[in-house]
Design a binder for this molecule. Structure first.
Ligand SMILES: C[S@@+](CC[C@H](N)C(=O)[O-])C[C@H]1O[C@@H](n2cnc3c(N)ncnc32)[C@H](O)[C@@H]1O
Length: 245
């Protein structure tokens, strides 16, 4: 989160208000991009999650209930689109990525976080049913509200584009620059010394070995920092061609 916050702060300029879209915003975000100088718009399909975000977290300037596949912002564009742990839940993720490419300004950033489908964590999420995820969150992670409106876990889909290869190909084919790609060893929020955490770690290591290293236990998630190239400066060109010979 520190790296991402720094990345966003780096394109903040005094006197300019940064327009940020948090796509699939849920109940909260964990970035710290300093006070002021930005307008934060959140959009989410889950109206209850958005209600909690607007009434309790209270950090959005604007909240929109909407579907990232079909939302329409008209001519409005954003300096930053932040999309964390959403794409793996969307059937039709390609459409969402195409919308991001339209909604982001030239020179702007698209930041995407997904659980890596080829980490043990992501593989397990893909291969197990939704009811198992709800039970895991309730019984192991102790989330009393798991599965209720406004609360995860959300059903997992994993379209083909939601992977390292998929996002790299999307950037290549759409003129976007994949500026950085990080593997992230995020935890489940369990205490490091707890028996539950040790069992989870044991399971991850065992699956890494059994899969002959195909599935990674060293990281769970991937972060992509994608830049839309700025438009070429044209003013100088027009000026020189407009001058009389
Ligand atoms: C796992 S939560 C992540 C929430 C938040 N971004 C975070 O990192 O804590 C996934 C969020 O994506 C939202 N979501 C899933 N599909 C969506 C879609 N098609 N359009 C908009 N939001 C969607 C869900 O409602 C949920 O709030």
């Amino acid at each position: 989160m520190e790296v991402l916050s720094r990345e966003i702060r780096s394109i903040k300029h005094p006197g300019k208000v940064l327009e940020i879209l948090e796509a699939g915003c849920g109940q909260q975000w964990d970035l710290d991009i300093g006070d002021g100088g930005y307008v934060l718009t959140g959009i989410d399909l889950d109206s209850e999650a958005l209600r909690i975000r607007c009434d309790e977290t209270k950090d959005l300037h604007e909240g929109v209930v909407g579907d990232l596949r079909t939302a329409d912002f008209g001519q409005r564009t954003f300096d930053v689109i932040f999309n964390s742990y959403v794409l793996e839940h969307v059937p039709g993720a390609q459409q969402v990525l195409e919308n991001f490419n339209r909604w982001v300004k030239p020179g702007g950033l698209i930041i995407i976080m997904i659980p890596d489908p080829y980490s043990v964590h992501g593989f397990t999420a893909r291969m197990t049913p939704h009811w198992f995820h709800v039970l895991f969150y309730r019984l192991i992670l102790g989330w009393k509200n798991a599965g209720k409106p406004g609360y995860g876990p959300y059903p997992v889909t994993y379209d083909k584009v939601v992977s390292r290869e998929g996002i790299r190909a999307f950037c290549r084919e759409n003129g976007l620059v994949l500026a950085a790609e990080y593997g992230m060893p995020s935890g489940l929020g369990l205490n490091d010394d707890s028996l539950k955490q040790k069992l989870v770690e044991g399971y991850k290591k065992a699956l890494q070995v059994l899969s002959l290293g195909y599935l990674s236990a060293d990281h769970n998630d991937i972060i992509f920092i994608i830049r839309k190239p700025a438009l070429p400066a044209r003013a100088g060109l027009q000026l020189s061609t407009a001058l009389p010979a």
